[in-house]
Design a protein around this ligand. Structure first.
Ligand code: CMC
Length: 423
């Protein structure tokens, strides 16, 4: 017999049998029996908002796959641009598909001169790079008004290419502005990660040569951050996209969600925590204070993973490769000790709290010279591929406009009170 649940309305004695499909039950079936009775699920922790064929996570087993491919294999063998293609089009590109795809992205890395000169120049000198990035992405919709044609296949593809291609340029432009350095134009002879590093760090040399280990580290980190199914920013992309907003406006909204410290800002919190711990000897006392309820162990725990975040393992390996080149980040020893102490402690074991992707990534970024404020920007660049893949899937599935219900808990009807009579 097919799996199902039976729901009984105890007020009337009426029952309905609802099939369990792909691990879920249809809320519209429930509504047939109980119209006007809503599921109360703040934070959507038990609601599947959509059906998706893009990313699979098994949080108990610590599994992450893009389109069926294990993240470990993609991180070892693939590139960010190949992974972006996989997320968007469902299959790894053939050699005949990859060349033109990379070429197309490479030829769309430039941004309009008005964006660079007039728009960026309007920011205050100490503007946060993530605030700038959110505004830049939103502003792109005014440069490409045809982006509103979201059901025109060619135009949709063009905006996807533009967004993936221009994110590193916008990110680097925001950074250069915030540190008072001149803008560096994209160099189309470089790979995607090399070009990003060139736009970030080039000073007076004719062309910037990124260290291959560092360029590869950036590419791997981009692969690891490219998608993570229905996280806060991706859900935002789907919600705004469901109103048929253009992809630039929807991506700007998604980036704004990512800006929040509970989401894209945790790697910054890890660095601040490690810095404040200061020495290895101080680790046990710090863990004790967390257990006593004084703050959280940043970079630990996850809503979905109840096991070691598979991305964290890869990031830790990449960290060692990067430190071979940059020298060891002195905070690494504190991080390793913290992990050792926490993973042997009953408090963390019983709550299934393991290191997540943010625990080691900030150490790498810092060792490579990235300022802490740009960490969420480094997350936004690759997550753009995931946002767009979900946006396309949402449109192709003819999703209704996102419009949840609420349980009203305010006043009952009452008459208007004139200002002189208010208490
Ligand atoms: N340190 C200490 N205790 C913790 C932590 C932590 N990092 N995370 C959860 N707990 C405890 C929490 O106090 C609670 O204990 P109790 O049952 O005794 O009240 C229990 O574990 C369950 O916690 P929760 O808050 O109900 O779990 P959640 O799924 O709502 O929160 C989380 C998930 C990621 C917000 C949380 O683990 C956290 O705050 N972690 C630190 C911040 C962090 O590293 N965030 C990055 C997430 S990965 C990147 C991304 O997806 O954007």
């Amino acid at each position: 017999m097919a799996e199902s649940v039976t729901i009984t309305d105890n007020r009337t004695g009426q029952s309905i049998e609802v099939p369990i499909v792909e691990g879920g039950v249809s809320a519209s079936e429930w509504s047939k029996l109980l119209p006007g009775i809503w599921f109360y699920d703040p934070g959507f922790s038990t609601t599947a908002e959509c059906e998706s064929a893009i990313t699979y996570i098994d949080g108990d087993a610590g599994i992450l796959r893009y389109r069926g491919y294990p993240i470990e294999q993609l991180a070892e063998h693939s590139t960010y641009l190949e992974v972006a293609y996989l997320l968007l089009y469902g299959e790894l590109p053939t050699a005949a598909q990859l060349g033109p795809w990379v070429d197309e992205i490479t030829r769309h890395t430039y941004i309009h001169e008005n964006m660079r000169k007039r728009f960026l120049d309007g920011f205050h000198y100490d503007a946060h790079p993530m605030g700038m990035l959110v505004s830049e992405v939103a502003a792109l919709s005014t440069f490409y008004p045809e982006a509103k044609e979201i059901f025109d296949a060619d135009l949709r593809h063009k905006q996807i290419v533009r967004l993936i291609a221009k994110m590193p340029t916008l990110a680097a432009a925001a950074h250069r502005f915030s540190v008072g350095m001149p803008f560096v134009y994209p160099d189309n002879s470089l790979t995607f990660p090399e070009n990003f590093l060139s736009m970030m760090w080039k000073v007076a040399e004719p062309s910037f040569e990124a260290h291959p280990v560092l360029a590869r580290a950036i590419d791997v980190l981009f692969i690891l951050h490219a998608d993570h199914e229905q996280n806060c920013s991706t859900t935002t992309m789907r919600v705004v996209g469901s109103a048929h907003a253009d992809p630039y406006s929807a991506c700007a909204a998604a980036a704004a969600a990512l800006y929040g410290p509970r989401h894209g800002g945790a790697n910054e919190a890890v660095l601040n925590m490690l810095t404040s711990i200061g020495t290895i000897d101080a680790v046990p006392d710090f863990v004790k204070s967390v257990k006593e309820g004084h703050g959280r162990l940043q970079g630990f725990g996850h809503r979905v993973y109840k096991n070691y975040d598979p991305r964290a393992k890869i990031v830790r390996d990449v960290a060692y490769q990067v430190f071979e080149v940059t020298g060891k980040n002195p905070l690494l020893d504190i991080a390793l000790k913290l992990e050792e102490v926490a993973l042997a402690d009953e408090y963390f074991v019983s709550r299934k709290l393991y290191p997540n992707v943010d625990f080691y990534s900030g150490l790498i970024y810092q060792a490579m010279g990235f300022p802490v404020a740009i960490f969420p920007v480094l997350f936004a660049i690759p997550r753009t591929a995931g946002w767009l893949a979900h946006w396309v899937e949402m449109l192709d599935n003819k999703t209704k406009i996102a419009r949840p219900r609420q349980l009203y808990s305010g006043s009952a009807e009452r008459p208007y009170v004139a200002i002189g009579e208010r208490g």
